[in-house]
Design a protein around this ligand. Structure first.
Ligand code: HMG
Ligand code: MG
Length: 294
């Protein structure tokens, strides 16, 4: 099995979306441009969601218009519905990502509909991406645990992954949204998903609440996954997952890969510079939405 690993930098989106204080657009752009110099092939830049739900991402179009695009970087964005997709196309996003949840309660809290309704909502979006020739990624949240429902059955994750692939997602990113995965729960979940999808179509998206994301990554590598999401300086979390910490820190993943003998193509010195810059944004741990118990 290959030793090349792709790290998808999601800090500008998954990281910053949870910051309670609005980060100036110029600072977001600066961060994304710094990340562009680090060697990432894929950067999740922002999300075209409702500004009432996530005010921090209200400047998505402006961010996309102002970043200095590198031809070797895919700039992707989150799109929850057709409205978001249309704005993402107007902003020249290279890739869009739809996001569903394996937990009914989290689905309602995060995107205000049931899992089945979310799949129906994604259908016209998926058709539009096909027509526009834009690649689409899928996310499954709460792959091992939900902040409202507790443990999630691996079968639920496998079924949803199957549905997202059938909709046309080129890859499905498996999110341990609350970062409570343990080696045994992550491997049980991956075993179920790998029964319906090859490892090449999957990515690991692990938050690091309990400091065990590295173990989740190691298990995923053993099972054949080669794409992992991480956030510079371990920024963020989801505003609708109270108590969850940020994504696993990109530098931690890069160092882990180095130790295990995998190639990431990332420049460790540039990563340190971007980390120092991004760390200044970590002023608060929970957003207004989370404090309101949303
Ligand atoms: P809703 O309120 O049910 O939507 O929200 P609606 O269709 O009834 O629209 C309500 C208003 O929002 C309308 O405006 C729409 O125009 C507007 P009004 O007419 O009242 O002025 N609206 C939009 N505006 C801009 N862009 C849009 C958009 N859509 C509607 N795309 C909705 C449903 C899905 C829109 C909302 O719940 C939402 O935006 N949710 C996003 C929440 C979010 O971003 N969560 C964080 C990302 S997921 C995550 O972090 C997990 C992940 O990292 C993986 C993991 O860790 O597990 C991916
Ligand atoms: Mg996340």
């Amino acid at each position: 099995m290959g030793r090349d690993v792709t790290i998808v930098e999601v800090g500008p989106r998954d990281g910053l979306q949870n910051e309670a204080n609005f980060v100036e657009t110029a600072r977001k752009v600066e961060l994304i441009d710094m990340l562009g110099e680090c060697g990432f092939a894929r950067i999740e830049a922002t999300s075209f969601v409702s500004p009432r739900w996530v005010p921090q991402m209200a400047d998505a179009s402006e961010v996309m218009a102002r970043i200095r695009r590198r031809p070797d970087v895919v700039y992707s964005v989150l799109t929850p519905n057709l409205k978001g997709f249309e704005a993402a196309v107007a902003a020249r996003a290279d890739e869009v990502a739809i996001f569903a949840s394996a937990s009914e309660t989290f689905s309602r809290k995060n995107i205000n509909c049931s899992i089945a309704e979310s799949l129906e909502r994604f259908r016209p979006l998926a058709e539009a991406t096909r027509a526009a020739g834009i690649p689409m990624r899928g996310y499954v949240s709460c792959v091992v645990e939900c902040p409202y429902e507790g443990p999630i059955a691996p079968d639920a994750v496998a079924r949803l992954t199957e549905n997202l692939l059938a909709l046309g997602c080129r890859e499905v990113s498996l999110g341990d949204t609350v970062g409570k995965g343990r080696p045994e729960t992550i491997s049980a979940m991956l075993d179920a998903v790998l029964d319906i999808a090859p490892a090449e179509r999957l990515a690991g998206h692990y938050h690091d609440t309990n400091g065990r994301a590295g173990e989740s990554i190691e298990i995923s590598l053993e099972l054949g996954l080669r794409v992992f999401d991480s956030a510079i300086a371990g920024l963020g979390g989801c505003p609708y997952a109270p108590g969850a910490e940020g994504n696993v820190d990109t530098c931690k993943v890069e160092a882990l890969m180095e130790r295990l003998g995998y190639r990431t193509g990332l420049d460790a010195d540039r990563l340190q510079e971007a980390t120092a810059f991004a760390a200044k944004f970590r002023r608060s741990k929970t957003s207004g939405a989370a404090q309101a118990g949303a």
